[in-house]
Design a protein around this ligand. Structure first.
Ligand SMILES: CC(=O)N[C@H]1[C@@H](OP(=O)(O)OP(=O)(O)OC[C@H]2O[C@@H](n3ccc(=O)[nH]c3=O)[C@H](O)[C@@H]2O)O[C@H](CO)[C@@H](O)[C@@H]1O
Length: 387
């Protein structure tokens, strides 16, 4: 194989958002390879199967403690060995994880140009999200190509001194993945494939026959652990009491800091409401897409779900005090509600009662692109690498 463009990723959202780039490069017959950095491997395998990706390389992490510095050191060493062996012509990284920064550093040490996909997102607060905000900034210092999802992200980069020829405003690959993925999920379901886990059977039946309106909830960010999650759970309970046609699906993050609080506040209710409240393990991506596609609203502190919601006409209420995706709010496709119980209840109740307001949000123009981001990234790489 010729020297490949090497995609280096570790976590679930990175895999989801880099899959469209991999698929587009492969479709054009360009040399491309994938290295998995070994975080959350158990979550990764079904995703790789869904996207038809077989990583050629893997860095296995033998972590002795939970420290970020230890993780970074292991990643840096493991990735350097892989890069040495593969001799990539370029390395592509995504977003803001520890894998992102370590991949960019390892590539920099070997003099390999770095493409940063989803560049320029900023909260301007190094503590929220931590350590992601700093990972974004440092990766921008190291990158050669900056694939900014929006004009705002491009301006953030310019304001930090990144020179415009390296900045390409291309939209977000999350949209490419969500649009193509939803079509595929619906067609798999129509062909009778078991795309959804059995825990969602009651919900599916209720949506089909009892005209429930679905709201998808997810929360896992560190800054929401404790009081934040408890408030969100109590707000969900209030909403289920106030709206008899409301159904909620909440894939609960496995961390006990999250799951214990959710179970304590809602476990009993979930048993009583049978199907109207589904608390389940984190869903595989196709099932999560199905939930968003069939939801009237999403409540989330996730970054990716803000983009997927916008792509699938599912308005998003952001369970954080800040977002690095202000375009969602500006476009009218989302609202920041934080974790205040009353505010969440009031905002959701208003939208459930006011069909016009809800429809206005559903009709908002998606600010994260139209599903051609991977093509635009491939165009730039092909041109600049002369391949
Ligand atoms: C706030 C923040 O710093 N977020 C960063 C984090 O992502 P982010 O906060 O989006 O990470 P999450 O862990 O929430 O993952 C979101 C993704 O997982 C999927 N999902 C979610 C729940 C579930 O049960 N099943 C499932 O498949 C969603 O559809 C979405 O695609 O890393 C990403 C990758 O670098 C960056 O783009 C984001 O900026």
């Amino acid at each position: 194989m010729q020297r490949p463009i090497l995609i280096s990723v570790g976590t679930r959202p990175e895999i989801i958002k880099m899959a469209p780039v991999h698929s587009e490069l492969r479709r054009r017959g360009l040399p491309v390879a994938w290295v998995h950095t070994g975080q959350h491997r158990e979550m990764a395998q079904p995703l790789y199967e869904f996207f038809g990706i077989a990583p050629e390389h893997e860095v296995t992490l033998e972590r002795r403690n939970g420290q970020l510095s230890h993780l970074n050191a292991l990643l840096l060493e493991g990735l350097s060995t892989v890069f040495e062996q593969v001799q990539p012509r370029a390395v592509l990284v995504h977003g803001d994880t520890t894998s992102t920064l370590a991949s960019a550093q390892a590539a920099f040490y070997q003099g390999v140009p770095i493409g940063h996909v989803e560049a320029g997102l900023r909260t301007f607060n190094h503590r929220e999200p931590f350590p992601e905000e700093m990972n974004r900034e440092l990766t921008a210092r190291l990158a050669h190509w900056h694939f900014a999802p929006t004009a705002k992200a491009a301006i953030n980069l310019r304001n930090e001194g990144v020179r415009p020829p390296g900045i390409h405003t291309v939209g977000n690959t999350a949209v490419d993945a969500a649009l193509a993925g939803t079509v595929r999920v619906e067609s798999l379901l129509a062909d009778g494939h078991a795309v959804l886990p059995p825990e969602l059977d009651g919900l599916r039946e209720g949506l089909a026959h009892r005209q429930w309106r679905l709201v998808t909830v997810t929360a896992h960010r560190r800054e929401n652990w404790g009081e934040g999650i408890e408030n969100i759970a109590r707000a969900v309970a209030d909403l289920l009491d106030a709206h008899p046609d409301l159904a909620v699906v909440w894939p609960v993050h496995g961390n006990p800091a999250v799951s214990d609080a959710v179970q304590a506040a809602l476990g009993e209710k979930a048993r009583r409401l049978e199907g109207r409240l589904t608390l389940c393990a984190p869903l595989e991506y196709p099932a999560l897409l199905w939930c968003l596609h069939h939801s009237v609203l999403a409540l989330t502190d996730s970054g990716g779900i803000q983009e997927e919601g916008a792509a699938l006409s599912c308005p998003v209420l952001v369970l954080r005090n800040t977002t690095e995706r202000p375009e969602l709010i500006d476009a009218g496709a989302g609202v920041i509600v934080g974790t205040d119980r009353q505010r969440i209840v009031q905002t959701v109740s208003h939208l459930l009662r006011d069909a016009t307001a809800l429809q206005r949000m559903r009709d908002a123009v998606n600010p994260f692109g139209n599903g051609t981001t991977a093509q635009q990234i491939a165009d730039v790489l092909q041109h600049d690498l002369g391949i």
